[in-house]
Design a protein around this ligand. Structure first.
Ligand code: PMP
Length: 448
């Protein structure tokens, strides 16, 4: 059916839904960390439908839970109660620290972030939302305003003019920070940090303060940030940066929004939520992608006070909190615990990061290997000294080769220069070895 499918795709599906690879894949089936095409070829999925298939394609328990609910009740809207929304809300909030105990369910990450920013504005009665360069928070008008990657800036009016501060990136940023990020692998860039004190962090905090003092009014509505920048290629901040930034935002009345769309649900290994690795408690947490293992659902979790400020206004959502979504979400949480996936993220992720660091040391075109758990970025450069991004065609050669050898990886970064490895969290060490072998072979072929 391949040629026929490609023809219809070109005729009737929006070209902005761009497919990966010169010859796009036509997939037939998925099982845990594996995908199968129509010709029966098997691929190790290291991108999980863009960091979404958290517990595995068609995970048997999640599938069974969805099937059972599909035969019972599909939809009610929120004007009636059904048990699964209460059960899910209780289970999800049990995983969050006080005072984050109130859930609003939505259908996508963009919608969750829209709502979070709307809540911040209603609660503070201020307007400005601060964000970082390199952050991605969605494709809706509100979230486009806080998505700060040039390929998502379209040259026409969109967003709401939210101030963007700098990119506190210890690899690409101006100040280095060679032992300052929360990762088993540090950058090879030199910096003037001394043990226990991060000079890069001081610089970034000064810059952040400067933006707040010069670009925004006294009172701001909020600050939105990912714990690790996902679309930007697993970019990490210096260790104590987010904590200090939260404090500065709160001094200006702003609420702190943690976008856990990619970093939540155990992906970073050491903690269930990415923000916990920064030792902060946000005022609002948004989540999507991995929450439903591919089922369209998302959530905003916040405090009673902030939730109440929204409740004073009529705000409605037809599909959020759908019974099937709630049952799926609940089964995903069970699978993470029962299958030991957070621990697996930590173990397999750390193993991959350390092995990839050895590959980095061998090849001049790998500038940086970074990340935490199964949230990994490999930044490709022309050469290590210059940090110039590897041109797209060259990136693609390596990436297509990996696919041809049975390994699917993602791409991202401000210049599209970073490979992204964010597989279903059920991936094994043996799978990691296979992936490393394939990546190495693709690099060797590139060097020929
Ligand atoms: N936040 C982050 C961190 C994301 O990575 C994404 C999607 N890439 C979104 C928000 C938007 O989510 P969605 O595509 O479900 O609207």
């Amino acid at each position: 059916p391949y040629d026929h499918m490609l023809k219809i795709r070109k005729q009737n599906v929006s070209p902005s839904l761009a497919t990966y690879y010169k010859k796009p894949l036509l997939l037939h089936q998925g099982h845990m960390q594996w995908l199968f095409d129509y010709e029966g070829r098997r691929y190790l999925d290291l991108f999980a439908g863009i960091v979404t298939v958290s517990v595995g394609h068609c995970h048997p328990k999640v599938t069974a839970a969805a099937q059972k609910q599909l035969g019972r009740l599909w939809h009610t809207t929120n004007i009636y109660m059904h048990p699964s929304i209460q059960e899910y809300a209780e289970k999800l909030t049990a995983l969050l620290p006080d005072p984050l105990k109130v859930v609003y369910l939505t259908n996508s990450g963009s919608e969750a972030n829209d709502l979070a920013m709307f809540m911040a504005r209603l609660y503070t009665r201020n307007f400005d939302i601060i964000c970082f360069r390199g952050g991605y928070h969605g494709g809706s008008p509100y979230t486009q305003g806080v998505t700060s990657i040039r390929s998502y800036k379209h040259g026409v009016a969109n967003g709401f003019g939210c101030p963007t501060t700098m990119l506190p990136d210890v690899f690409r940023g101006p100040w280095g920070g060679s032992h300052c990020r929360d990762s088993p692998v540090q950058t090879v860039r030199k910096c003037s940090c001394s043990a226990g004190h991060c000079h890069a962090n001081d610089q970034y905090i000064e810059q952040f303060k400067d933006t707040l003092n010069t670009c925004v009014p006294k009172g701001i509505a909020g600050f939105i940030a990912e714990s690790i920048q996902g679309v930007n290629g697993a970019v990490q901040y210096p260790k104590s940066f987010l904590k200090e930034a939260f404090q500065l935002v709160r001094e200006r009345e702003g609420v702190c929004i943690a976008d856990e769309v990619q970093t939540g649900f155990g992906r970073t290994g050491s903690h269930f939520w990415g923000f916990q690795t920064h030792d902060v408690v946000p005022d609002i947490v948004t989540m999507a992608k991995g929450i439903g293992n591919g089922f369209p659902m998302a959530a905003v979790v916040t405090t009673r006070e902030i939730a109440n400020s929204l409740a004073q206004n009529l705000h409605f959502n037809t599909f959020g909190g759908n019974p099937v979504a709630c049952v799926v979400g609940s089964a995903v949480l069970d699978a993470i615990v029962e299958d030991g996936l957070q621990k697996n993220s930590e173990e397999v992720g750390t193993y991959m990061l350390l092995e990839l660091a050895k590959v980095r040391d061998k090849f001049e075109i790998i500038g940086d290997v970074r990340g935490k758990g199964l949230m990994i970025g490999i930044e490709m450069v022309k050469d290590k000294d210059g940090c110039q991004p590897l041109p797209t065609e060259e990136m693609n050669q390596i990436w297509e080769d990996c696919k041809d050898m049975g390994v699917l990886i993602g791409k991202g970064g401000i210049y599209g220069q970073t490979f992204r490895i964010k597989p279903p969290m059920c991936i094994t060490k043996q799978d990691a070895d296979f992936a490393l072998e394939v990546f190495h072979a693709a690099l060797m072929r590139y060097m020929e």
